[in-house]
Design a binder for this molecule. Structure first.
Ligand SMILES: C[S@@+](CC[C@H](N)C(=O)[O-])C[C@H]1O[C@@H](n2cnc3c(N)ncnc32)[C@H](O)[C@@H]1O
Length: 245
């Protein structure tokens, strides 16, 4: 079995960790890791301000760059995914579905664990969403062979490394031929990982994400750093991934 290298990091409460694995080293820690995020999201407003942590003005540049990345990948990849059906993971109030995915794809499914946010997503996207699935990603299994694109944004930061690898492996099975997984997350470009203790989310380093993708059997097809992004926020990166042959 592959040995996991200990990677040092910090959290917003000032704690210093010798290894990221210490965050989730037993069942109790893992349970409280997920509970904190669930409690956090239960207390947020079902609005743009609520889902974007008080930075609603970042939504427009975010969606603009995502569109640019999707188009770039389609123009550069040898066999780009079709634009028929997409899954929006950790969809919140349906911001990405409404502002991006419904413009580019014929059909959209959403998966989101918080009932209140999912209810708002239903109002926002209405009948154009095919399936609204109430589930957390660590428990969710995409239907096999259903999706051209699986989009996961600002949600993989809530999953432990082990659950994230397993989730991406299930996503790989959920893809149609030529399908791709798109990941858009806060990414530390230089330095160590950081945990925000307000919601138990981890900003992983670029190297950590790439290692996780490799472990999940995915190949990096393309990547882009979000432009037009406030300097005081953690950088954001987009990755386009395919199943390894
Ligand atoms: C920062 S919001 C992002 C929402 C949406 N992706 C967007 O970009 O507008 C994070 C979302 O992740 C959801 N979430 C938190 N933990 C999750 C988990 N373990 N599985 C799936 N979704 C989760 C929250 O309920 C919330 O809707």
């Amino acid at each position: 079995m592959e040995t996991v290298k200990a990677l040092p990091g910090t959290d917003s409460a000032g704690a210093i960790y010798a290894s990221h694995l210490d965050l989730w080293s037993d069942d109790k820690k893992r349970a409280s890791w997920y509970q904190k995020a669930a409690d956090h999201w239960a207390a947020q407003a079902a609005t743009l301000d609520g889902v974007l942590g008080g930075f609603p003005e970042t939504s427009e540049p975010d969606l603009r760059e995502s569109r640019r990345f999707l188009d770039l990948v389609s123009s550069r990849a040898p066999n780009p995914p079709k634009r028929e059906i997409v899954l929006d993971c950790g969809a919140g109030i349906g911001r990405v579905t409404k502002g991006l995915l419904l413009d580019l794809f014929e059909r959209v499914d959403l998966v989101e664990p918080n009932d209140r946010l999912l209810e708002e997503a239903k109002k926002q996207v209405g009948a154009r969403a095919e399936r609204l699935i109430a589930s957390s990603l660590e428990k969710f299994e995409p239907e096999e062979g259903r999706y051209d694109v699986i989009w996961a944004q600002w949600v993989l930061l809530y999953l432990t490394d082990e659950d994230l690898v397993a989730f991406l492996q299930r996503c790989k099975k959920g893809l149609r031929p030529n399908g791709m997984i798109f990941v858009k997350e806060n990414v530390v470009i230089e330095g160590q990982w950081m945990v925000d203790r307000d919601d138990n989310s981890i900003s992983r380093t670029d190297a950590m994400y790439k290692d996780i993708f490799r472990k999940a059997g995915l190949v990096l097809q393309d990547q882009l750093r979000q432009a037009a992004w406030p300097n005081d926020l953690v950088p954001v990166k987009m990755y386009a991934l395919r199943g390894a042959a």
